[in-house]
Design a protein around this ligand. Structure first.
Ligand code: TPP
Ligand code: SF4
Ligand code: MG
Length: 327
């Protein structure tokens, strides 16, 4: 049995939050709904990234709420790009910075972070090709997918990241169907398959874990991918006051496992006895039609995925395991 050292951040009490950086770069005044997990997540990513950051924002809720002309919530350079090409634009910025440094127009030692924010629709569906190219070429970009599990900005249409059984306006639950009929696309694993240095999952209900992972992603050279679980009270049908709790329950039930993969080595960053998935599903309007049989199917899938992650962690931390970087 391999002993894996767990980082402490995901287990710290909420009072430890005073340790988080104070500077706000995704600032107040934006128009996100009350309890928006995506807005909370972006705020924390920016605390970790710091001022020397260029943000590339695909169309979606976070772009809409943060930039109603003539206002902005961004205290860093920010570019809004089309729904489908955020990773391509970020790749271009990376190439431009390299050229400017080579030509002596920019201090070659200056560290400039490039961070993409795109939703699950803009990542799992329409932006996947651009993201794959960015990762394959190894651009120095951190791509953050904030996953609210549907196309929220345009009215809660299902995406390929919508969870099994969820009601959306394009996967309606009724007499004929029970909501989304296939399993959520596993984006972190698609990123891992590209062999990039760093992939992680984060949830704003665990802010210190999130901040540590963003810092790690930015300090490693090359492309990094972070999948951010973004509770959406409006689209999911939960009271805004429950948003942080819903995020915690997603992690504690194993619906959304917290882990990181550094140079191919897996590490679960939150690994405790899991609560039943029903505790997470039962207070959300989008799941209220689920029958005990469907809940059982979801439970089996969650158990299997968590077990698979434990196996990956065990296998990739053996002393004889050779990671993708050869270290
Ligand atoms: C090519 C193209 N197709 C459709 C749209 C309309 N559109 C804008 S935002 C959006 C939904 C984005 O969903 P997601 O990426 O999940 O972000 P969210 O709104 O959930 O934050 C859609 C369909 C568009 N802007 N461009
Ligand atoms: S619809 Fe959801 S993701 Fe969009 S701003 Fe509101 S809570 Fe946030
Ligand atoms: Mg979305």
């Amino acid at each position: 049995m391999i002993e894996v050292k767990r980082p402490k951040e995901a287990f710290l009490s909420v009072f430890a939050y005073r340790m988080a950086p104070k500077e706000e770069l995704f600032t107040r005044g934006h128009r996100a709904c009350q309890g928006c997990g995506a807005a909370l997540g972006l705020r924390h990513v920016m605390k970790a990234a710091g001022r020397n950051t260029i943000v590339v924002n695909a169309t979606g809720c976070m772009e809409i709420v943060s930039s109603p002309y003539p206002y902005t919530s961004w205290a860093v350079p920010w570019i809004h790009v089309a729904f489908e090409n955020a990773a391509a634009v970020a790749s271009g910025i990376d190439a431009a910075i390299k050229v400017l440094k080579r030509k002596g127009k920019l201090d070659p030692n200056k560290k400039i972070n490039i961070v993409v924010f795109a939703g699950d629709g803009g990542t799992a569906d329409i932006g996947l090709q651009a993201l794959s190219g960015m990762m394959a070429r190894g651009h120095n970009v951190l791509y953050v997918c904030y996953d609210n599990e549907a196309y929220m900005n345009t009215g809660v249409q299902g995406s390929s990241a919508t969870p099994y059984g969820a009601h959306t306006t394009t996967t309606p639950a009724g007499k004929v169907k029970f909501g989304q009929g296939y399993w959520k696309k596993n984006l972190p694993e698609i990123a891992v398959a590209h062999g990039i240095p760093y992939v992680a999952t984060v949830c704003p209900s665990f802010p210190l874990d999130l901040i540590r992972k963003v810092k790690r992603a930015l300090e490693l050279p090359g492309a990094a991918y972070i999948h951010l679980f973004a509770v959406c009270p409006t689209g999911w049908g939960i009271p805004p006051a429950y948003a942080v709790k819903a995020g915690r329950l997603a992690v504690e039930t194993g619906i959304f496992p917290l882990y990181e993969v550094e140079y191919g080595r897996y590490r679960l960053t939150f690994d405790k006895k899991l609560k039943p998935v029903e505790e997470y599903l039962k207070f959300q309007r989008r799941f209220r039609h689920l029958t005990p049989d469907l809940i059982k199917t979801i439970q089996e899938r969650v158990d299997a995925e968590f077990a698979r992650l434990r196996v990956m962690e065990e296998a990739t931390n053996r002393p004889d395991y050779r990671s993708v970087s050869g270290i």
